[in-house]
Design a protein around this ligand. Structure first.
Ligand code: FAD
Length: 313
């Protein structure tokens, strides 16, 4: 985000600012200035430890009204997708969500985002109101080169909140993920299953392969909607964008909505019984076959390899 902000700010000859809201957040100032922030606004309070839309929205809107930024960028993460529209609607501003490209055209921010199921790209400008606001899809922007010894001006913002007046307070957070099960956000290898897996029971083939490769299990929306896997496993436009070292798609056709979420993977392997399936167009390696046969064979071969090679005949 800061890499892109730097590029835009250089073109417009403006400052690159960052906002951090939370508790014990000063420690992040260093990394933000290393990545290019000139000014960092911090709103710090113990009551801000857990993200809460109701509390974060007024704090951020006050900061906006005070410092009047020209452009305001949010990551299209779960929090960004929640907070940005709240702030936009509070301040009666426009918001271009889920952008994949940002450029400056005639001094205005041109926000590009896929529409109609990712089939066309729309360019959006915000002619009348400021700040121009966008959420940015994960991993779409180039990371800036960090520069050591950069020091940003840190500006403390008043928090002024009365916790008792809020309708909801997060008292405790519990991880819903099952211990030992890898999350797709952080895995180097993801094995995903689609409608072609056929049932919740057959997903065990995918899980066994994931286990032997120490990989996370992903799913297409079709597999999630069938109730075979939880939403947290969904890869794609309305799920998570991933870019692991290896992505193995099993029984997934490769619609644009799925592809946008995984085509940034280093190596894509597709297993599909239909040789015409569009997934093969993006795959580095393809296996045409029934996943119920291919996946257990792969698992077996990898297990044997892990055990120290093949048996001598
Ligand atoms: C606004 C919007 C957002 C969306 N967001 C997402 C999203 O985030 N993620 C997502 O995945 N989808 C998303 N979709 C849905 C998307 O359009 C597709 O419907 C979905 O991706 C299809 O899932 P699939 O590939 O598993 O199923 P299908 O398209 O039905 O493909 C199943 C594949 O399995 C193969 N197959 C069948 N049996 C076997 C077998 N035994 N062995 C091997 N191969 C087999 C078939 O040949 C076929 O290619 C979205 C749609 C819309 C409109």
């Amino acid at each position: 985000m800061l890499g892109k902000a730097k590029e835009l700010a250089n073109e417009l000859k403006q400052d690159i600012c960052a906002v951090i809201i939370g508790s014990e957040i000063r420690k992040f100032c260093n990394v933000l200035s290393t990545f290019g922030a000139n000014k960092i606004f911090i709103a710090e309070d113990d009551a801000l430890k857990e993200y809460n839309t109701e509390i974060y929205t007024p704090i951020l809107t006050r900061i906006i009204l005070k410092h009047k930024p020209n452009i305001l960028l949010f990551p299209a993460t779960k929090i960004g997708r929640d907070l940005a529209p709240r702030v936009a609607s509070t301040l009666k501003l426009g918001l271009a969500a889920d952008c994949i490209k940002l450029t400056i055209q005639n001094g205005k921010l041109l926000m590009t985002r896929p529409v109609y199921g990712d089939n066309i790209l729309a360019d959006i400008i915000c002619p009348n109101t400021r700040p121009q606001m966008a959420t940015i899809r994960a991993k779409m922007m180039e990371k800036a080169e960090p520069k050591q010894n950069e020091s940003a001006e840190v500006i403390k913002e008043p928090v002024n909140i009365n916790v008792d007046s809020f309708k909801t307070i997060v008292k405790e957070k519990k991880k819903t993920s099952i211990p030992g099960v890898k999350s797709i956000d952080e895995a180097d290898i993801i094995i995903s299953g689609g409608r072609g897996v056929g049932s919740k029971e057959t997903f065990k083939f995918i899980e066994e392969l994931a286990d032997v490769l120490n990989a996370a299990v992903g799913a297409s929306r079709a597999a999630v909607e069938a109730g075979w896997k939880p939403k947290s496993c969904q890869v794609g436009q309305s799920g998570t964008t991933v870019s692991p070292k290896i992505y193995i798609a099993c029984g997934i056709s490769g619609t644009t909505q799925h592809l946008v979420g995984m085509k940034g993977s280093d190596v894509i392997i597709a297993i599909n019984k239909d040789p015409e399936a569009p997934i093969f167009e993006v795959a580095n390696y393809g296996i045409v076959g029934d996943l119920k046969e291919v996946v257990p064979l792969l698992t077996k071969a990898l297990k044997e390899k892990k055990m120290g090679g093949y048996k001598i005949q």
